[in-house]
Every structure is written in C-alpha cells, then in structure tokens.
Design a protein around this ligand. Structure first.
Ligand SMILES: [Zn+2]
Length: 262
C-alpha cells in the first residue's frame, strides 16, 4: 500500500524538475521503515541490471553514500552523489563505445593534466563539428573516430603520445594544422566535460539525452547555489530516491537493458 502511494508520488512528479518540487514543497514524507522497503523494491532490481557497467562499483558506492546523506537530511550531499552516478553511468557507455584509453586516463590520473593543457570536448556539437570537419564520412563514434574529436598536433608539440594516433592512420583526412602553424601529424584524445559526456553517451547508444541532461542541471543547482544542507529528513530521502530512480532508469535505457528486458 505504502509503495503504491510512493509510486503515485513518482508519477505525479514525473517530468518536474527537482528544484521546482523543492520550491512547491508538496513532497512525499517517507518514514524510516518505508525508506528501507522502498529502497529494496525500487533501487535493488535496477542495480542488478547494471552490473556489467565499467564503473558499477563507483555507482554502488555513490548510492550507499547518497542514501546515508539523504537520511541525515543533507540533501546537497545526497544529490551530489546522484550527480556523480549520472557522470559514471555516461562515462561507462562512453568508454565502452569509444576508447579504453579514457579509462587509463582516469586510472593513471592523466585526465586532469590533459584538461589543463586544453584537451577538452566542451560540448557534443563541438565534438561532431571537429569530427566532420576532418572527415565528413564519419557516422559513428568508435575507438578510432573519437580521435577526430581530439586535438591536432605536430611532432614537436606531441604532449601525450599514449593518447594519440597518427593522422596517417586515417587516410583521406583533410589537412589540419597544429597550433604552431605546422601541419599536424597526430590527433590526441580530448576529455569531454560532463554535459558533453551525457550527449556523447546518448549518441553512442541511440538514447534521448534530455532527461539525464535536465536532472544533471537541476542537481548541479542543488549543489550550487542552493545547498539545502538541512532538509526535512523524510522529504530529503523521498526526493533523493525519486531522482535516483529516474537516473537509474535513464542509465538502464542508455545501457539498452530496458530495450531487452522491459
Ligand atoms: Zn606544432
């Protein structure tokens, strides 16, 4: 019965942003016993379907941490964990669909150095523009074509050889110059910002990025500027759980699970 009324809350609030819900204040107030049973009913089955994701363990840890914070009424920390789950879910699909070197850039902690040196994909549109400028024939992202969204450098300015491919490896590319003006010899991978990552992952898996994108921007505003560090506990948990449910459903959709197993 209780789950029915929570499900009604989920339906009633479907498509409404987290911030609008907080502002209206008409939130479900979950009891301690409901909190545990709803978690088992709503979260656990979805998690079981996500076990193959590269960053599954990061997702699990963020859920455990988010749950603890939500129960304590620290809504900001709870939602920060949810936001990280969006990032890790999309990154899983992106790495799987493009190049494992992105995973090495994380593990070897090269990612931030590359960002600091300007190897960045700021938006999906930017990535596609770079790719299609170099090779208008490219229709899909894969381990090779993702380099086309990277940065062109000459031999002298090659900074990250491990993350680079020779331009010759492509054949038939338009000529491109390094920042020094010389003809470029290599393409080095660029690291996507999270907003770009959401769209890139959705493009790879042929999913609609809108819901993840809008949850992500709502949660970013919970973290900054609003904070909400002292939120009523039952409501904090209910809203965190609602957002988590939406995020996990979207990641499942991205992962293609819902298409196989509705
Ligand atoms: Zn150069």
């Amino acid at each position: 019965m209780a789950l029915d009324s929570f499900n009604a809350f989920l339906s009633r609030t479907n498509g409404i942003g987290t911030l609008d819900l907080v502002k209206k204040g008409n939130l479900y107030d979950i009891t301690d016993s409901e909190a545990n049973s709803f978690y088992d009913e709503i979260v656990v089955p979805k998690l079981n379907q996500l076990k193959g994701l590269i960053y599954y363990s990061d997702i699990i840890r963020s859920i455990i941490s988010g749950r603890y914070e939500a129960m304590a009424g620290n809504f900001r920390s709870a939602e920060e964990n949810n936001r990280f789950i969006i990032e890790r879910g999309c990154l899983s699909e992106f790495v799987e669909g493009t190049n494992k070197k992105y995973d090495e850039a994380l593990k070897d902690m090269d990612w931030h150095n590359m960002v600091d040196r300007g190897y960045i994909i700021s938006s999906f549109a930017e990535a596609m523009r770079r790719i299609r400028t170099l090779d208008p024939r490219v229709k899909e992202l894969d381990s090779k074509s993702i380099f086309l969204a990277g940065k062109a450098v000459c031999k002298e300015h090659l900074e990250f050889p491990f993350y680079s491919i020779t331009i010759k490896a492509f054949g038939g590319l338009k000529k491109v110059r390094c920042r020094c003006g010389n003809e470029a010899d290599y393409l080095t991978l660029a690291m996507p910002k999270v907003s770009a990552l959401i769209e890139l992952a959705s493009f790879i898996t042929n999913a609609n990025p809108n819901s993840l994108y809008s949850v992500y921007s709502n949660l970013s505003r919970v973290v900054h500027p609003y904070g909400f560090t002292d939120f009523p506990k039952g409501k904090s948990y209910a809203l965190w759980l609602r957002d988590l449910n939406l995020i996990l459903s979207s990641i499942l959709n991205l992962h293609g699970v819902s298409k196989v197993n509705p």
